[in-house]
Ligand binder design. Structure first.
Ligand code: GDP
Length: 453
């Protein structure tokens, strides 16, 4: 996608999801948005109206004059609009037929159909949002848990961008001093106090490392925590599955980047999404399955999962041995089930006792799953990196900082240091789009959006 193509054109799209709704919204953006709306709107003349106003009237077909719908129009004049351009939003009755007909009326009157994410792309190109914020818009739309929504909102509001800006300013100051030193290199002066520089770089590294480390949590927040329930036939896996899912089945939309080769159920624990993988394998009757096939499948699941729940039948614990699980010990929670039938049970260290059928110990188990995946609690005020593109750029930035550090230790001259400083600045700028970002990257970012956003 050519990012600047057609920026002169006025774009239009249906902004509400497909299907029947009480209201449907059609959005126009561009320099002719108001003029185009005036061609199909019977009501007040919109061109004469101030920004941020609502107008009731009728939409008519521009060619035949036939009335299509009664609508309310929201009028925003650039630059104070989502895209930074003139924006018209037509709220009509939410019938797909009506919305399609209004859309056609708009294109007949001179608008062009918008590409996916084109509204947000214009907001970026017009400086309303930086790139990290634009990506947060997509994340917010895809958010399916409270933690994901909060992290995306923080990023949209500029929390992450603010952190990056600070890093950037510090680096720029540093670069300026080094370059000053270069200008006077004949006179053999050192403006830049090398020791102070070393401290600054160490500090920048600490901040960058913190952001990099947050990505693990960011991933959990964005994509959820995968959980495999593993155990011998009749241990109570499907009973546990049902107990876990009871009332907590999460609302999920498709999450980009995750393949769904197995059936997954999801549950929400304190705002974080947990994905129970391969639940079909649990639900289908496993006892008459050839054992080796069962193990091969369980092994695959164990490898994929962030957390393994190893369900042991407490009435026959001696049958619970599963040697092949040993390598996954750090991510395994031993869950001893049917404790209702073993009155004087002594649990091995670290194991949890539950009675899935009686719903006993399930809350404690959920608590344990949460702690194991997330830690004590998520501080959503903190910046959390959730985006793989940002993570990659931060990693490269870290490499550049290390090169600067090594360069200083080796007493490299300022002009050599400058190369690495510029590189670090470049990677930082890539995240927010301050430096020119590859068009393919922009295309990928905005191409993932839905049409109308
Ligand atoms: P799976 O083969 O591992 O999926 O095991 P199921 O969930 O089908 O359970 C096997 C049997 O154990 C069923 O008859 C369940 O009703 C029973 N069961 C499961 N959990 C409990 C429990 O907590 N207490 C008791 N007493 N029975 C249970």
């Amino acid at each position: 996608m050519n990012v600047l193509a057609g920026i002169e054109e006025t774009i239009v799209a249906i902004a509400t999801p497909p299907g029947v709704g009480a209201i449907g919204v059609i959005r126009l953006s561009g320099k002719d948005a108001i003029a185009i709306a005036d061609k199909i709107f019977k009501g007040k003349k919109l061109a004469a109206q101030p920004s941020h106003t609502l107008h009731f009237g009728r939409i008519v077909a521009p060619d035949t004059g036939e009335v299509i719908d009664e609508v309310v129009i929201s009028l925003f004049r650039g630059p104070k609009s989502y895209t930074g351009e003139d924006v018209i939003e037509i709220s009509g009755h939410g019938s797909p037929y009506i919305l399609q007909t209004i859309l056609e009326a708009c294109t007949k009157a001179g608008a062009r159909m918008a590409l996916p994410g084109e509204f947000t792309q214009r907001a970026f190109l017009n400086g309303k949002l930086d790139l990290a914020q634009a990506e947060a818009v997509a994340d917010l739309i895809a958010a399916n848990s409270k933690a994901a929504q909060k992290a995306a909102l923080n990023q949209l509001r500029g929390g992450f961008s603010g952190d990056l800006k600070q890093l950037r300013e510090q680096l720029i100051n540093f670069a300026a001093l080094i370059e000053l030193e270069l200008d006077f290199s004949d006179e053999d002066v050192e403006f830049a106090d090398r020791k102070q520089f070393q401290e600054l770089i160490a500090q920048l590294k600490t901040q960058t490392r913190r952001l990099l480390e947050s990505f693990q949590l960011g991933n959990v927040i964005k994509n959820g925590v995968s959980v495999a329930i593993i155990g011998k036939p009749n241990a109570g896996k499907s009973t546990l599955l049902n107990a876990l899912l009871n009332e907590e089945r999460a609302i999920v939309s498709d999450i980009a980047g995750t393949t769904r080769d197995t059936i997954e159920e999801t549950l929400n624990i304190k705002g974080v999404l947990f994905r129970l993988i391969d639940t079909a394998g649990i639900r289908e009757h496993t006892s008459d399955q050839i054992e080796s096939i069962g193990i091969a499948r369980s092994k695959q699941n164990a490898e994929k999962a962030h957390i393994i729940l190893h369900v042991v039948d407490a009435t026959t614990p001696e049958q619970a041995e599963m040697d092949w699980l040993a390598p996954f010990a750090t991510k395994t929670i031993e869950v001893w089930n049917k404790i209702d039938r073993v009155p004087h049970l002594r649990l091995p260290e670290g194991a949890m006792g539950i009675a899935a059928k009686q719903n006993l110990g399930i809350d404690a188990l959920k608590e344990r799953m949460y702690t194991q995946a997330v830690g004590t609690a998520i501080d959503t005020e903190d910046t959390i990196v959730t985006n793989a593109r940002h993570f990659d750029a931060l990693n490269k930035m870290m490499e550049s900082l290390e090169a600067i550090e090594a360069g200083m230790a080796a007493n490299l001259s300022g002009d050599l240091l400058t190369i690495d400083i510029r590189r670090a600045l470049h990677y930082l700028g890539e995240i927010t789009g301050q430096v020119e970002v590859d068009r393919d990257i922009l295309g990928t970012i905005f191409g993932k959006f839905c049409i109308g956003k």
